[in-house]
Design a protein around this ligand. Structure first.
Ligand SMILES: *[C@@H]1O[C@H](CO)[C@@H](O)[C@H](O)[C@H]1NC(C)=O
Ligand SMILES: *[C@@H]1O[C@H](CO)[C@@H](O)[C@H](O)[C@H]1NC(C)=O
Ligand SMILES: *[C@@H]1O[C@H](CO)[C@@H](O)[C@H](O)[C@H]1NC(C)=O
Ligand SMILES: *[C@@H]1O[C@H](CO)[C@@H](O)[C@H](O)[C@H]1NC(C)=O
Length: 466
């Protein structure tokens, strides 16, 4: 009910302000849930308050502030640790049905390990969850949204296979303490950003540059860690708590620049290296990494003189252990990009297998972007959803992030246009393509700390190309 009201208000605003060609109303399917989201490091602040331990983002922003565009950090951020009431009030005023937040690992386990559970941390999330429930807002929790304990990073972080056990132990504490009220869990937010931005390009904490090597160790351990937590929930907690659990993958839509075979295969490579590498092992019928990724990395590794593929191989029992470990496909969608094979660019690491983002690479297996990143491309969203349906056995899809940044101006016409067009695209995917989209999430609840961009406007996704 509340939701209908919200949308009427929003649509009236759209009609008043938006100079859009189409003025038709969007009727949202009654079973499509609408929500908003945040993540712990971006909003909580209180980085060392009440016993919280140091995370990799605390370490990076403090010790390498030069790597953050404005030298800022999340020490205070939106001060959500002290502002539960204010946060829940604004969520309630928005009229949304759910709120997806993430739990800070070091607020719960200051050492990273379950030997010491921080009671103040448990109290904070209990209070948040209870306040949401009291207002009729469904809480959805992300277990890991990038703020690894520094203590675990010192031991290799996601490159260390023991992370599987550490992550499972941490998740167990969350299920035990919050599982009676949290009915939707996201294990991990955005494997690509965790593995590629952090262990390949080194633009995110812990700033490790290990192109073509660290990135694959990370994926390998992360997928197994995710699967362990899924099985833990499925076997031990689901029978009592009766919730759902899945993973969130950032999915850009890659459109071939032209109809040429070369551009089409560039788009396919891009999909498989950027999304398939984490989606295929979980959601495809066969499991395992995509064939194309295995083939390209093995071939290039051999040419480069490595004794075996830089992409580790899953054992058959690991393939079945990971396959099917998600009750839904969580997607974060922001953009559509056109791709074509990349020309040789100077100054690029030899081991970058696709030349993702704005870095270049050599030869055949490379693609690159040549459009501004954030742009409303509703047909791209439609194609993406159809692609997920057909590639991955028609899963339930939870759109867990979508949105567009602004310059801090309140007159955000471009954002109104973006949401209007993209919601219409989602609705048409549900109606016409019968994609099982169950939820749409506006990112983010409020302005917050935007990782390497600090508190600045994210403009630098603008690709450079020759
Ligand atoms: C949109 O929906 C509202 C509320 O139901 C209605 O008052 C309005 O006339 C509709 N506008 C159009 C263009 O259909
Ligand atoms: C802090 O960063 C510098 C490089 O700027 C590095 O040499 C040093 O080891 C770092 N200290 C810690 C505690 O990570
Ligand atoms: C989850 O548990 C159910 C009930 O035991 C089982 O049938 C199902 O196969 C499990 N799912 C996975 C992916 O293992
Ligand atoms: C690809 O690499 C091969 C040899 O490694 C070279 O002969 C060819 O010119 C390269 N193609 C492009 C487009 O750079």
């Amino acid at each position: 009910m509340l939701l209908t009201k919200l949308w009427v208000v929003l649509l009236v605003l759209l009609f008043q302000k938006c100079d859009c060609k189409s003025r038709t109303n969007i009727t949202l399917p009654s079973d499509l849930l609408i929500g908003t989201a945040s993540s712990a490091y971006q909003i909580e602040g209180a980085w060392n308050v009440d016993g919280k331990g140091e995370s990799i983002w605390d370490r990076m922003t403090h010790n390498m502030s030069f790597a953050i565009k404005d030298g800022s950090n999340g020490d205070v951020a939106c001060d959500s640790y002290h502002k539960i009431k204010e946060d829940v009030d604004i969520i309630h005023r928005l009229g949304v049905q759910f709120y997806r937040f993430s739990v800070s690992w070091t607020r719960i386990l200051p050492t990273g390990f379950p030997n010491r559970v921080n009671k103040a941390g448990i109290r904070y999330y209990n209070k948040l969850i209870n306040s949401l429930l009291k207002r009729g807002i469904t809480p959805i929790a992300t277990i890991y949204h990038w703020d690894l304990p520094q203590s675990l990073q010192d031991l290799g972080g996601w490159a260390n296979p023991f992370i599987q056990e550490w992550f499972e132990n941490y998740a167990k504490v969350l299920f035990e303490n919050f599982g009676d009220r949290i009915k939707v869990w996201v294990t991990i937010n955005e494997p690509k950003q965790i593995c590629s931005f952090s262990y390949s390009k080194g633009v995110h904490a812990p700033v490790i540059v290990s192109e073509g090597i660290g990135v694959y160790l990370c994926y390998h351990n992360l997928l197994k860690a995710h699967a362990r937590v899924y099985h833990l929930y499925n076997t031990t907690y689901r029978p009592l708590q009766k919730g759902k659990i899945g993973i969130n993958i950032e999915t850009t839509w890659f459109e071939p620049a032209t109809d040429s075979a070369a551009d089409k295969s560039a788009a396919e490579r891009m999909w498989q290296f950027e999304c398939g590498i984490s989606a295929h092992p979980i959601f495809s019928e066969k499991g395992d990494y995509p064939k194309l990724v295995k083939y390209i990395v093995a071939k290039r590794s051999k040419e480069e003189g490595f004794p075996r593929s830089r992409l580790p191989r899953f054992k058959p029992e690991e393939i079945s252990f990971i396959k099917g470990t998600a009750d839904f496909f969580g997607i974060n969608h922001y953009a559509t990009l056109k791709v074509r094979p990349m020309k040789l660019l100077k100054g690029v690491s030899e081991l970058n297998d696709i030349g993702a983002h704005v870095v270049g690479g050599r030869n055949e297996s490379w693609s690159y972007y040549f459009q501004r990143y954030f742009k409303s491309v509703p047909w791209g969203f439609t194609k993406l959803l159809k692609n997920i349906k057909y590639r991955y056995q028609n899963p339930d899809v939870y759109i867990f992030e979508s949105g567009v940044p602004d310059e801090g101006a309140l007159n955000d016409q471009h954002r109104i246009k973006y949401f209007k067009e993209n919601l219409a695209a989602v609705v048409s995917s549900i109606r016409d393509d019968r994609v099982n989209v169950r939820a749409f999430t506006v990112w983010s609840l409020m302005d917050n700390f935007e990782w390497q961009f600090g508190y600045t406007y994210v403009t630098s996704f603008k690709p450079t190309f020759d």
